[in-house]
Design a protein around this ligand. Structure first.
Ligand code: GLU
Length: 441
């Protein structure tokens, strides 16, 4: 069977770095085995789901270079859930329950007070037909629970966590449908995974107990469960899932001028035993992707690591890859000159101003002014103007090191540091270079 993974966001907000990571890992898993990566929009919650978020999710995936091979929307698949629900109802695997949330809360408090786990007591299953009829006659519409099979122990071999076991008697029968007929996450997700041919469900470890329930749902629906893997969650470097991290998405990264490749390289390996490296080549990351290298400890997201990776990736980028984002007039030689000094591609414009001018020179001492006048005289345009200039000046003045180079850099660029002077000087050109050296008199 073709490996099929899915990324299943709820369009109730923008993607944040945590869900981007889950999406990416599903994309890698599919690409590694030549399979399919599906986008499933979990929009059964009509009140909170927004089309604008669906569009934003698509745009973010496109920016990250992870376009899905297909897309489904849960709101368009309600008939499938209805059919599955009817099947489960006919076999007694779903049942109506009438407790109000206050009643349920009270039951939980009593259980906890007695030191018992707050597991649903199946009170609704104990109702007689008459009692049920009386509730309905009172106008109480039921919500619906999936009946776990207490005699069928739950176990799976998790791609990250290894062997996982659950005793179904220690779980509450989950509510799968509200009294108003709307769906909770659990059943539609299992129905879709079956219907869409999903072979691998890779998601956050906050879903482990959902998986336990869904394993029985797959079986009750006559399907073999997919392979499951639950990755440790992403946390900030302080060790918590901070509010900031929860709202940090592609827009923020784009605004900071970061390359999608940097984010992808970081999230591909963060929390695994493989080193995080500035790998811009997607295929290399796909080939090295391996669930067995995923650790159980939370993955720590560190912004400064992302910045470092971004710079390292920018330093490898070809002119063709960035040319449409560079300042007017900046050619391949210009790009190669400034590239090693960039933290983001956007900074290329700042360095390019050193070439195009105008530049602002510092105040020079009398001695340096004399030296720069000498430099203006000595400037000669040959194969290597910088090498020739500094060679001559060294001989003529006895200056060396900083005393030799810094006043020249300052006069020619207005800066104390920056790209290679040999390359910059060639880009500035003879007339302008002479002009700048003379101006510092
Ligand atoms: N919509 C669910 C969520 O965002 C999907 C979970 C899953 O991958 O099954 O948590």
């Amino acid at each position: 069977m073709t490996t099929t993974t899915r990324f299943a966001p709820s369009p109730t907000g923008r993607l944040h770095v945590g869900n981007i990571r889950t999406a990416l890992h599903n994309w890698f898993l599919a690409r590694k085995s030549g399979g399919r990566f599906m986008l499933r929009i979990d929009d059964t919650d009509a009140a909170r789901s927004r089309d604008e978020y669906v569009d934003a999710i698509r745009a973010d995936l496109a920016w990250l270079g992870m376009e899905p091979d297909g897309e489904e929307r849960q709101s368009e698949r309600l008939a499938l859930y209805e059919a599955a629900f009817e099947r489960l109802r006919a076999t007694g695997r779903v049942y109506p329950a009438y407790e109000t949330s206050q009643e349920l809360e009270l039951k939980r408090k009593v259980q906890l007070g007695r030191g018992l786990p707050p597991i649903y007591d199946r009170g609704a299953l104990a109702l007689t037909d008459e009692e049920r009829a009386a509730k309905e006659a009172d106008g109480i519409a039921p919500h619906w629970r999936f009946k776990l099979d207490h005699d069928a122990p739950i176990a799976w071999d998790d791609g990250v966590r290894g062997s996982v076991k659950f005793d179904p008697a220690q779980l509450s029968d989950p509510v799968i449908r509200r009294a108003d007929g709307s769906w909770l996450y659990m059943l539609p997700s299992a129905v879709d995974d079956i219907e869409m041919g999903v072979t691998d469900v890779l998601r956050g470890e906050d879903h482990v107990s959902n998986t336990a329930v869904q394993v029985q749902m797959f079986e009750a629906l006559g399907a073999a469960p997919p392979r499951f893997a639950h990755e440790a969650l992403l946390v900030g470097k302080e060790g918590k899932l901070s509010k900031r991290l929860g709202s940090l998405g592609c827009d923020a990264f784009r605004e900071r001028g970061l390359e999608p490749e940097a984010l992808v390289a970081l999230l591909a390996r963060l929390g695994t035993s493989q080193p995080v490296e500035p790998i811009a080549d997607r295929q290399t990351l796909v080939e090295s992707f391996d669930l067995s290298t995923f650790g159980r400890a939370p993955a720590k997201f560190d912004d400064s690591e992302l910045d470092r990776l971004n710079a390292a990736i920018v330093h490898q980028m070809d002119y063709a890859h960035v040319s449409d984002r560079l300042p007017a007039g900046m050619d391949e030689a210009g790009w190669h000159t400034v590239r090693p000094n960039l933290a983001t591609v956007g900074e290329a414009g700042d360095w390019w101003k050193l070439v195009t001018g105008p530049i602002e020179q510092p105040e020079f001492s009398d001695e340096d002014r004399a030296y720069l006048a000498q430099a203006a005289e000595a400037l000669k345009w040959d194969e290597d103007p910088w090498g020739t200039l500094t060679g001559k000046l060294k001989e003529a003045t006895g200056r060396k090191g900083k005393a030799l180079f810094l006043p020249l850099r300052q006069a020619l660029t207005g800066m104390n540091h920056g790209p290679d002077m040999g390359e910059l000087l060639s880009l500035i050109g003879e007339a302008e270079a002479k002009n700048r050296l003379e101006r510092s008199r």
